[in-house]
Design a protein around this ligand. Sequence first.
Ligand code: AMP
Length: 217
Amino acid sequence: MYLVLLGPPGAGKGTQAKRLAEKLGLPHISTGDILRQNVLLDTDLGRQAKDIMEQGLLVPDDLVAKMLDGRFNNPDIKKGFILDGYPRTLSQAYSLDEILASKGLAVDLVVYLDSSDQVIIKRLTGRLTCSKCGANFHTINMPPKVKGLCDSCQGPLYQRSDDVEITVCKRLEVYKQQVTSLIEYYKKAKKLHSLNADLGAQVVLNQIIELLVSVKA
Ligand code: AMP
């Protein structure tokens, strides 16, 4: 199953992708995570992406395409993947189709996690991320059992530098500039299914699983 999770920052793509990847035994590929790892390791790509990410802007398509092409050479994608945070532009959607077609593969399903600005701002400005395993918590909605530490791996929690309100608003603005053409593209391809991502994470997960079952059938 080649599944793409589309939606605004804070819609829960990462949370759903992690749970689905575990449940289905598929790799979770998050372009945001790969970029953050590159920033942390101070690679060439990380140095080029750092400032752009901190401003809430998009890293240039060619850089992300090259990075993803490398990731897709890993044989673990033979069974499928859960793609989170890519594509973000129409040109990335074309690149994705091209890369997959060159391997005889194609996207099966695009789930659009729709969420309101109000919910997104609350979710992201209160989000805490584990620096070790990437798990997400929330200061109010989902606090960790021990303050400042991840429930799963005890790694230290931090607030992503792009989760401050001014950058969240910028990320939302950038997202809105791109999303309409992406939605049209996947609608035309009859691959798009929308869900209300303002609902609880477990409700949304169950709905995605129902969709996956219906697509497989
Ligand atoms: P995310 O973790 O998906 O919220 O992504 C964090 C940041 O990484 C974004 O605000 C962008 O700066 C960058 N980024 C992640 N994925 C992409 C992408 N597909 N294209 C361009 N920039 C991206």
